[in-house]
Design a protein. Sequence first.
Lengths: 153, 153
Amino acid sequence: MLHFEDITVGSTQSFGRYEVTREEVTAFAAKYDPQCFHLDDEAAAATHFGRLSASGWHTCAMTMALMVANMKTHPQAGLGSPGVENLRWAKPVYPGDTLRVETEVLEKRRSASRPEMGLFRSRIRTLNQNDEVVLEMTSTGLIRVREAEAAPA
Amino acid sequence: MLHFEDITVGSTQSFGRYEVTREEVTAFAAKYDPQCFHLDDEAAAATHFGRLSASGWHTCAMTMALMVANMKTHPQAGLGSPGVENLRWAKPVYPGDTLRVETEVLEKRRSASRPEMGLFRSRIRTLNQNDEVVLEMTSTGLIRVREAEAAPA
């Protein structure tokens, strides 16, 4: 089980394969983002999206699904996230796309207020089958410290 | 139909009512964010969340649902979003919570590359039934310009 001490700044990972289906795109949009360009082919064709595309929040959710699946094979003592910076939906995600994720750890530090936790910032990129970045963000993750009594590094 | 010309910097809106159910929290988490503290009561109780809480991406999705519902009563010629800044999950969202949204327009400008579009930045806050902010972000929205031939303001 990976803890704060095991996080290496500069380390990278590349993983995942998520097949984006039309059925899932329209189901997510119908519930959470029922704008016409996520639901209707003709309406989407009349916008800069060109054709029916996934809600940006659906892309975030699919990215998270890939990240959690990756954590199952590389278990870590994660404790959620306080937030993300500079979330950019760089390109539309279309039904038929296949998504994957690349991450890089940018920095890490012990929590000042909760000595049992550390924080690490990562650049997260989601790419499609043409290696185009569709989503980019800088995420902060919380993770358990293995030896909480040790002096903060 | 609201267009770019109708967006007023400094204008605020307060709207929505979303009842967060346990069933929806665990269904979203099972599909997109199957970390134990979003799925299992005992595991959640052992973390700083205290009890089962919604995925942060689910909170984003519920916030979007409230925003799109509000657009239905105040139709606007929206064209999606290139991204958000400083997305902060300020507090956990729990089953049984009721969410609402407050927005404020911070600035607006015509697109340099696409004269038929304008951009506006908004502060978006999602609050629970105790008026606690659970989610905060600064979002950029794209919207059609009514008179694209007019000189940019």
